[in-house]
Ligand binder design. Structure first.
Ligand code: 5GP
Ligand code: ZN
Length: 116
């Protein structure tokens, strides 16, 4: 299931260090190396899924677990009531650079809309 050429699979395998803030049976989360907000965490499934387009019907519980991870981390970071953003980019035009789906959790500042 792990892809040896995938950066996030390598983080999952412990080959590349990361500041992990959350772990469950289906997902892990770690601090983004290039944060765009006071808190910027990347939440990924343990299963390698390249893009939103590759999510199968069987993956719905896994993908749902990314959102329960987001609300848990937001509560722990202290901004669940203030507000935050959980967003996933798909493919080139949206700026996806790592092809293992991930939910960006951004919080700790006012976030403008629409994003660029
Ligand atoms: P994307 O552009 O694909 O939506 O998001 C990929 C994210 O992964 C970016 O925000 C980028 O800063 C982050 N990232 C890339 N390489 C690493 C890394 O080696 N470690 C961590 N913690 N984050 C990374
Ligand atoms: Zn992967």
């Amino acid at each position: 299931m792990a892809d040896k050429d995938c950066l996030f699979c390598r983080i999952l395998d412990g080959d590349i260090p990361a500041d992990i803030v959350y772990e469950s049976d289906t997902a892990i989360a770690f601090r983004d190396i290039n944060p765009q907000a006071p808190t910027h965490v990347v939440i990924i499934p343990r299963k390698h899924i390249a893009t939103i387009n590759d999510i199968d019907a069987d993956d719905q519980a896994i993908v749902g677990s990314l959102y329960t991870a987001a609300s848990t981390i937001a509560r722990e970071e202290g901004f669940s009531e203030q507000g935050y953003r959980a967003v996933m980019n798909c493919n080139k035009a949206a700026g996806q650079t790592v092809f293992h789906i991930h939910l960006h959790l951004l919080g700790g500042r006012v976030l403008t809309w629409p994003p660029g």
